[in-house]
Design a protein. Structure first.
Lengths: 341, 341
């Protein structure tokens, strides 16, 4: 079916995976059409210079199914997702826009609950929703509710982050356990018969980012491993910077219950979405400072150094496995689960 | 059916009309949840102060059906719509975000054509798409493609516009003919058997706005009458400023063919969407300067003074009819046509 669809020249679910095919759609169709150097940097947001003021500007749409899940809902996700994209630019997020697409017949009670979540998440992150839009489409033309948030943040003098800035010798830190959000949504969707304590990690990371940048000014890259997971995000950084990245499997933080479900269902947690985690690439001599700053924050208690940037195999990520071997960690190749965020 | 849906406490198509029920959803559910003074101003975008730099920030989602129509397509509409919202704040639009939601199976050729339109429209308006997002949902979970754009512009010193700034004595100017976009989409959707030369007026108005503000610094309000049309937009201004507005039916510019179709189908052009027009409320002694600036621009050739702000009937719009009577022009009460933009 996939081959048929490609022959037919149509959009596939894989085009939205955050993985290889999504990357090709972006680099081969979307970027050439727009041909903009700012966009071509492929960072989580754009860094703009406006009359001497450095701003980060980012956008993200949320189509998660189900819209309510253990640990959060689409509203909280929409606030945290854009807050995090802006924070990953090294910016302090300040203002969000909020655009709703709702299906005719969508429950007003659900809408109220989502708006309450949005408000709570915005307050927690210290951002304000300052402009919005509401569209309603006929029943069947959309599934319940989709939310877009865009955001603006301000970048302090001296802060200059980007995927292209990783250099050999840098350490790679992951701020906590992998795959919690991905597995949470997956379990809801598959209607699994077993009960777990697993919940989404959705959280705003901007307060933790401020602490990291205070403690370790030599941070080179911050990136949140959402769609496509830690594995895909590390590949993006390796490609952007033209460096190799080497990670240690034994060092990767994962919740035992999440690891168990992944094993049972045959999912690789390296490719599952996170919504409250970040990857930090930092000069080796400041890695401990960055790690301590993370561990002192509620969002980073389980942060760990998971690897380093290397001069070998540029553009590739290699994992030293727990049993002493090596394997290449490629970008996510297919779509593990649509509508994860 | 409408009463049933309201009893069931669900979203109706009317909630997206830009009219009365949409206004109630915004003021009774969305605004109280967010409780933000910037948002509560209900202008086309938010005006933000960032380290001495005054920015306009706005968002809009486009779900138009069909996605290609005479005079434009969803891509061009998405660029022009947000460019115009920013221009209506008196700002010079600079940067856009672009977020796509596509249905599995959507044609890649259509996507390419839409991206080409987006690029062309952005170039024409002088803005850059600097950040983006792509989501794909399973077949049936969305209808073809929805596009969100958000945008940032910069406001020159001394410019201070807003719906609340209309004062009695001001003149009201409409920059051209009413209802072209609304009727275009309607004709496409109804599969009308007659051929017309009617096409959407979608256009970026920022260059014209710059000329207006240069010529007539005492402009108090700029607003583009999109969903809900000229009638609804005038009501919004009257409510925001607590003033009355009086318009002259005979002065309203309308294309004769559009007027004919409206009469035939029983639509009131005052409530049909425009995508390349603006309403300008300006101090009486500068009205002619503003009018001349518009008429000198390709987007404003048919601009006309259509009425004035009055101290009577605050919050209400009254029209002096062509036959010498008076009628109240209320906000759009129902949904004339969903997915107009």
């Amino acid at each position: 079916m996939k081959d048929d669809a490609m022959k037919e020249n149509v959009i596939l679910l894989d085009h939205g995976s955050g993985g290889k095919i999504a990357h090709r759609l972006t680099t081969e169709l979307l970027l050439p059409a727009l041909d903009n150097p700012l966009l071509a940097q492929l960072n989580d947001g754009a860094v703009l210079n406006l009359e001497g003021c450095r701003l980060a500007f980012s956008t993200d749409t949320f189509t998660v199914d189900p819209i309510f899940f253990p640990g959060g809902d689409i509203g909280e996700l929409a606030v945290n997702g854009t807050v995090n994209d802006i924070a990953m630019c090294g910016a302090k997020p300040l203002y969000l826009s909020l655009a709703l697409i709702m299906e005719e017949g969508f429950s007003l009670d659900d809408l109220k609950n989502i708006m309450t979540s949005i408000r709570r998440a915005a307050d927690k992150a210290g951002v304000q929703v300052v402009t919005g839009d509401t569209k309603v489409v006929p029943k069947g033309a959309a599934d319940k509710i989709f939310i877009n948030t865009s955001g603006i943040g301000i970048i302090a003098a001296g802060v200059d982050l980007g995927g292209q800035k990783a250099v050999p010798g840098d350490k790679v830190i992951l701020s906590g356990t992998m795959a919690d959000h991905g597995i949470t949504v997956m379990l809801q969707r598959q209607d699994m018969a077993f009960e777990t304590g697993i919940k989404s990690d959705t959280a705003a990371l901007n307060h933790m980012v401020a602490k990291i940048l205070d403690s370790a000014p030599e941070v080179h890259v911050l990136r949140d491993p959402t769609r496509g997971g830690v594995g895909t995000t590390l590949n993006e950084i390796a490609r952007q910077a033209g460096v190799g990245i080497c990670i240690q499997e034994a060092a990767l933080p994962i919740d035992p219950e999440v690891a168990g479900v992944c094993e049972l269902l045959g999912f690789d947690p390296l490719y599952l979405a996170n919504e409250g985690k970040l990857l930090c690439v930092v000069a080796a001599d400041q890695a401990d400072m960055a790690l301590e700053a993370m561990q002192a924050d509620p969002c980073g208690r389980q942060a760990a150094i998971i690897g380093q940037v290397v001069p070998d195999h540029p553009g590739r990520v290699v994992m030293e496995t727990a049993i002493g071997g090596q394997r290449i960690v490629d970008m996510l190749a297919g779509e593990q689960l649509p509508r994860i965020c």
